[in-house]
Design a protein around this ligand. Sequence first.
Ligand code: 4NP
Length: 174
Amino acid sequence: MQHIDLPLLPPCDVRPVRILFVCLGNICRSPAAEGVLRAIVQQHGTEAQWEIDSAGTGDWHIGDLPDRRMRLHARNRGIELNHRCRQVRESDFDHFDLIIPMDHSNMRNLHNMAPTTEAAGKILPMAAFLDSSARYDHIPDPYYEGSEGFELVLDLLDDAVGNLYRTVTARRQD
Ligand code: 4NP
């Protein structure tokens, strides 16, 4: 993993850290990232220290559960995805500490929406948390892919979200 410049995060005794994952539709990659982080947090018993959500830049699926293929592949790994799709809104830039887009296009859209430079500083790509050996610089959109696309998303998220958990936890204990 490359060195990551995190924005200022709240100390653990002040309030939970607030993380928002973002993709295009908010029915495949970002709800999966949310589910993977929730599972890691639950394994560590650190639920009180994290607030986790996801959202999409697009509005096609608002109110929907995640894509059934994404839910199926996640369930096979013991992760239930119950998020209801919502679109990114400007107040997210105030509320969240880290806003994590899955690909370059999501990242460009978020930068265009960010109301201030401080808000833009909260945007960090998911791929920044991948191990340096990873062959990907983004989390590929699985929507028009077969099962391999969904498995790849979960493999990449296992790696990146695990590193995110460790990086944020270490920073907050500094
Ligand atoms: P996601 O995948 O961005 O990972 O949720 C997609 C879901 C839906 C669409 C595109 C990508 N769509 O065009 O409806």
